[in-house]
Design a binder for this molecule. Structure first.
Ligand code: PGA
Length: 253
């Protein structure tokens, strides 16, 4: 299988997924501080802040006109509008200046989202001009029975219809999320290669699941890894700044 050399597509992403955390003051101060930390960061590194959607405007208001920090949402609906109480559509996110949206996070799949739902949300996001960050990954039992690649292939099959340059994949083993456990580098490489073998070698694949200041250098240093989706370690400015510095260091090497 041909894997593109790391320099061929040298863009990298660090995506902060705050999940259901924060308040207006924290969101405002974090957005301001992380954006300020990006002034000397190469343009090829995109840093994305995904607060609860309710606080998107608060984050935006904290940012200067020439901001480097991008904003993302944690979910969207597959339809542009309609009778869907409590939902937010992709065009609504785009109108608020949001550029990214996470779809298919395992915490949402656990509540009933299936592969078809995830593909429909990703397609809606692309149609609205957003970059979907499509999460895939195996459960602990699949990992233990060495079914990781089979599970990934099932989850990815419905995505083949989408243009691969218009989305990011986040490989997030479910057992690694919020647990402090991570796969070995060899396992991350194998999973990322399996994803690229289905969707195309040009597909940007991020890793997510217990990324922190201690393991970021090794994970982000893997040629197959185009960045990270970060939960817990993204919540504090200091730890996010460390991850940004680590990514910058690797990109300069
Ligand atoms: P974690 O979460 O970094 O806290 O493991 C990652 C995620 O759920 O996206």
């Amino acid at each position: 299988m041909a894997i593109s050399p790391p320099m061929k597509n040298n863009r990298r992403w660090l995506i902060a997924n705050w999940k259901m955390h924060g308040n207006p003051v924290r969101v405002h101060d974090y957005a301001y501080a992380v954006n300020a930390a990006l002034s000397a960061v190469p343009a090829t590194l995109e840093v994305v802040f995904c607060p609860p959607a309710l606080y998107s405007a608060t984050a935006m208001a904290a940012l200067p006109h020439n901001r480097r920090l991008q904003l993302g949402a944690q979910n969207c609906h597959a339809f542009a509008e309609g009778a869907h109480t409590g939902e937010i559509s992709a065009p609504m996110l785009a109108e608020m200046g949001i550029a990214y949206v996470i779809v298919g996070h395992s915490e949402r799949r656990a509540r009933g989202e299936n592969d078809g739902d995830v593909a429909a949300k990703a397609a809606a996001a692309i149609d609205a001009g957003l970059m979907p960050v499509i999460c895939v990954g195996e459960q602990a039992a699949d990992y233990e029975s060495k079914r990781t690649e089979a599970v990934l292939k099932e989850q990815l099959a419905v995505l083949k219809q989408l243009p691969s340059t218009r989305y990011l994949i986040a490989y997030e083993p479910v057992w690694a999320i919020g647990t402090g456990k991570t796969p070995s580098s060899a396992e991350i490489i194998a999973a990322h290669r399996a994803i690229k073998s289905v969707l195309g070698s040009e597909t940007a694949v991020l890793y997510g699941g217990s990324v922190n200041a201690g393991n970021a250098k090794e994970i982000l240093g893997l040629a197959e890894v185009s960045g990270a989706l970060i939960g817990g370690a993204s919540l504090e400015v200091a730890s996010m700044k460390t991850l940004i510095a680590t990514a910058c260091g690797i990109m300069k090497e």
